[in-house]
Design a binder for this molecule. Structure first.
Ligand code: SF4
Ligand code: F3S
Length: 106
């Protein structure tokens, strides 16, 4: 499956959801996740993310591996999102800031 990682937090551009053929993105207050049971590994979402936050499970950077489990854990708890919406108000400011997991709202 593909995995949403740290740099999505506080940005949430949502370009990714528009291209997913199986609508497997789920939305929290300041982060999105992919349901690994539904993702068909088409790879269409990866280049769409302006924050470059999406990786194939096999390519998730070493310091982000915990996001694999986090996507699986949060997907069943959050609501499905299939249409792009406005990015978070301070997305540009937060894009590229490291270790934003502490700001994750569930
Ligand atoms: Fe959806 Fe394809 Fe991305 Fe998986 S890889 S989340 S199926 S767009
Ligand atoms: Fe997040 Fe990138 Fe999608 S910032 S909402 S993974 S387009």
């Amino acid at each position: 499956a593909f995995v949403v990682t740290d740099n999505c937090i506080l940005c949430k551009y949502t370009d990714c959801v528009e291209v997913c053929p199986v609508d497997c993105f789920y939305e929290g207050p300041n982060f999105l996740v992919i349901d690994p049971d539904e993702c068909i590994d088409c790879a269409l979402c990866e280049p769409e993310c302006p924050a470059e936050a999406i990786f194939s499970e096999d390519d998730v950077p070493a310091d982000q591996k915990h996001f694999i489990e986090l996507n699986a854990e949060l997907a069943p708890e959050w609501d499905n999102i299939t249409e792009k919406k406005e990015q978070l108000p301070e997305a540009e400011k937060w894009d590229g800031v490291k270790e934003k997991l502490k700001y994750l709202e569930k």
